[in-house]
Design a binder for this molecule. Sequence first.
Ligand code: NAD
Length: 258
Amino acid sequence: MTELGGPIFSLERRVALVTGAGRGIGRAIALALASAGADVALVARTESQLEEVADLVRSAGRRTLVVPADVTDRSAFERGVEATVAELGEIDVLVNSAGISPTYKSAEQVSDDEWNAVVRVNLTGTFVCCQTVGRRMLIRQRGSIVNIVSIAARVGLRRLVAYCATKAGVEALTRVLAVEWASRGVRVNAIGPAYVETELTRGLCENPRLRAGLEARTPLGRLGQPEEVAGAAVYLASDAASYVTGQTIYVDGGWLAE
Ligand code: NAD
C-alpha cells in the first residue's frame, strides 16, 4: 500500500482457495480473485464444473488447481489443502462459498435428516475449512478468510429454518475467529448476499410470481448477479481491508436497509 494510491486491491503473488467454486457465487469469486492477480485452488464436489473454471483462471494467466472434495469430509479437505500448498504455495486467502439450501419446509415439518444435512455443509463444513486453513495461516501470521453467509443470517426467511440458523451460526463463528486470530495476523470476515441468480435459487428465479415478489421487496428492484458479490470478496481478501475483521458486508440490493 502506498500513499500515492498503489494497487491496494492487488492479489498478485497471493494464493487463494475457494470452496463451492464450480458454479454460482463461488465461481464468480474465484474468477475475480484470479483477475486481481491470485493463483486459485478450486474446491467443489463436481470435477467437470471445476475444470471449466480452471480453464478461465489459466486464461487470465494465473495458476490453478482443481480439488474435487466434499467440505463435510475433513480428511478429503485436508488432502486438498496439502495438494494446494504443494502445487501453488501456502494459502493467503480462503473463501468458503460451498453451501446448500435443499428444502423449503415449515419449521414444524423439517426432519432430523434435513436439518442435519444443512448443518453439516453450511455450518460444520465452513468451520472445518476455516480451522484447517486457519491453522496454517496462524503459523505464518498472515491470511484472510471470507465466509459467504446471507441476509438469512439477519432476517427470518419463511420455510428456511435450518438455512437461516446455519448462516447466523457462520456469522457468529466469523466473529469468534476474527477476535481469536486478530493478534496473530489472520482476518476473518463474511459477505451476506440477498437473492442472487444461481442454480441454488433457480426455482425462485424461474417462477414469475415469486421473482416479482423478490424484486419488489428489494430496494434496487432486481435480483443480484454472482459477479456483483465478487468485488466484496476481492476487497476483503486484499490489503485494502487490512483494518477490517469480524465484519459482514451485506451485498443485498438494499434488502436489510428496509
Ligand atoms: P450454487 O448451488 O450455485 O453453488 C454452490 C456450490 O457449492 C456448488 O459448486 C456445489 O458443488 C458446492 N457445494 C455444495 N455442497 C458442497 C459440499 N458439501 N462440498 C463441496 N462443495 C459443495 O449456490 P450459490 O448460489 O452460488 O451459493 C453459494 C453460497 O452463497 C452458499 O453458501 C449460499 O448459501 C450463499 N448464498 C447464496 C445466495 C443466492 O441467492 N444464490 C444468497 C445468499 C447466500
